[in-house]
Design a binder for this molecule. Sequence first.
Ligand code: ADP
Ligand code: ZN
Ligand code: ZN
Length: 752
Amino acid sequence: MPYADVILPLPLPGTFTYALPSAWEDRVRVGMRVLVPLGKSKHYIAIVVALHDHKPDFDCKEIQEVLDEAPILLPHQLTLWRWMSDYYMAPFGDVMTAALPGGLKTVGKYRPKKESYVRLADPYRSPEGLNIAKNMLLRAQRQQEVFETYLRLAHTGEAENENDHEVTKEELLNEAHTNMPMLKNLIDRGILETYDKEVGRLNTGAVAGPLQSVKALSPAQQQAYDAIHQQFNEKQVVLLHGVTSSGKTEIYLHLIEETLKAGKQVLYLLPEIALTVQMMTRLQRVLGHQLGIYHSKYSDAERVEIWKKQLSDEPYSVILGARSALFLPFRNLGLVIIDEEHETSFKQQDPAPRYHARSSAIMLAHEVGAKVLLGTATPSMESYYNAQTGKYGLVTLSERYQGIELPEIEVVDVKDLRHRKMMTGAFSPQLLTAIRKTLAEGNQVILFQNRRGFAPMIECRVCGWTPKCQNCDVSLTLHKRLNLLVCHYCGTTYRVPDVCPNCGSTELSGRGYGTEKIEDQIRDLFPEARVARMDLDTTRSRHAYSRLINDFSSGRTNLLIGTQMVTKGLDFERVKVVGILDADAMLNQPDFRAYEHAFTMMSQVAGRAGRKGSRGKVFLQTKNPDLPVIHQVVSHDFPAFYHDQMEERSYFHYPPFYHLIDVYLRHPKEPVVEQAARELGAQLRQWFGARVLGPDKPVVGRVRTLSIRKIVLKLENGIDRRKVREYLHYAQTTMGKDPRYGALQIFFDVDP
Ligand code: ADP
Ligand code: ZN
Ligand code: ZN
């Protein structure tokens, strides 16, 4: 078999054929990595997907090196890659790029992992020393702030704390919003010092004490558990629809235990890395070292080690992770749990492959004969529809553990209150009263505002000028801590102007509320509160997540402000009040799923309240208190919400009744993309008729200097999708070759 077909980690369609030197013929197998030349001087690591002896009709190059002794991919993984490339219309190479950790696809050696830490220099490690250091810094305010941040992170001098917590350099720089030169001042003055430590990559987080056994299930939970079993006899996929805090996680643990007893492995997927932190602690108590964690905040080297462990004779039996964990090799997968299955973060937006981890994990399970349990308090329309129509099994758990009532939700009419001048910033009087009372009673509060930064836009009060990103069609968000304007689409930052560049006025003011501003107002209103904020800006490092969550669960902080991150699956005992500050921002999104998202986020964040002990209370602030969806959230009425949504979806030809493919065109020049889009639209209409909508300019019509157009295909169930994909690929290729459209990008988003 002197030829090998390989995949290259490049956005190119199909596979590439290379000649296999005869010396390696016996050694090379499908799923191994080889080094191959491409073009004049480049080399890539490629994966062998087939071996054969059909001589290609071109002069093919030779494989340069064989990099593995054994395949690093199991056969079913390649099948999954193929399916993803096909179904999501993404180049095979892009699937490879997404699936393999960097360390397995780049040429280079792995170094043992070192992390850089910061600590107090020896002379200052006593109460007296600490005072001396503080005095030294009296005149250097910035250094003082960085130093104070260090002390806070290390919990220095706190009673219950004999030794300082270890603080990484990255963490300190992040938390203190500073950079290395500033920190270096403190090091040069001999107050702080840095040290490196080799950190074990695996077994993160020590397991405290002996393992606990799983908790005994309540009668309602036991019933659900038995029902899941029974349904698995007939169906590959079962949807567990259990209200918030009904104990879904405890049921998963029982299923995991049983799967392990049968000698099989479990993949436990969560939508968000933030959630893995809390879940890791919960699972580790029961599973100990059988549990492995895998997601993108782990370094490449760590991920490579886990990958290799999964191929070894002693793999982790349970893998907990975010969507990329489904790419790991499993030799003996028995069960996939997809927790919070409704979450849209299971769908990868950019770059390709734009895959849905739920669908892909179901596909994976299907290939290896594993079962899939989807769990949620607010099912996605698609999954619930599949359960209603019998494709999936359905198990319902409608009471909270120990019969605690679902929280009471009070709708607050913000329009009316504003009119009567009764709002304090973003807060209604009833919410403020409740916060005050809750904190005074030693309980906790969560405030949900789905926008980060300080103000979503700034505006000149004289002429109405607002700053826009130079690369994108969006207003810039003011970040007060950084004192910068930030584009949330491309990340470019700009200085905050002192005067309006349009009219010279100095009256520039922020409009709207981001989490930073909410935090400022709360600190003003409740100086006694111990406030924490959880959003993209405060969780850039892996440590930051765990710190925020651990501080809140231990009570070190008692008021948590956050974006959608705080709506998800977290389990805190003492949260009694939840404030949804701006429901309308969610409802007014231009997306057919806007209401679904809004319903989900509101129900989920409400579900954080009153999980133990007494009933919780939620304040839902909106300008549209009469909308049916608001009532459905208040009355926890998922069936009514589902019913309304289904009517709309069917009427307007949306999923689950229709299958959507978004076709995107991007080009640096607006007229070119406009012309190309019109041409492509006309072409698609010839083939697909009224199933084609657009082209349209999306709400944000330019991102990272590229102008964008979008065409939507609404395909009825039962249409031959393979044919559709063939046509689309054909159009993509022919337009790509058209000299008028050089640099034009066409790509697809399947099931957006
Ligand atoms: P869900 O995943 O449905 O939101 P959880 O599994 O987080 O609910 O359960 C909510 C809380 O109740 C958790 O703190 C959990 O430990 C506790 N709990 C649930 N079921 C049991 C049980 N059978 N025994 C003891 N505690 C339980
Ligand atoms: Zn102006
Ligand atoms: Zn931008």
